[in-house]
Design a protein around this ligand. Sequence first.
Ligand SMILES: [Zn+2]
Length: 53
Amino acid sequence: MIGDFQLPRFPMVKKWYTCPHCGKNLLIYDNTAKCCGIYIRCRQCKRTVEVRI
Ligand SMILES: [Zn+2]
């Protein structure tokens, strides 16, 4: 058997996406994530932040 199938090419790294205005942690993403057109409202400073990963 060849055991290399499903081996990730790079390790998955999870990071916090933080609010650019106040620095509060908004959501967790990993380094395979790609999104655009996603908006989240920061609970701390009440601003709507576009999530760009
Ligand atoms: Zn904020």
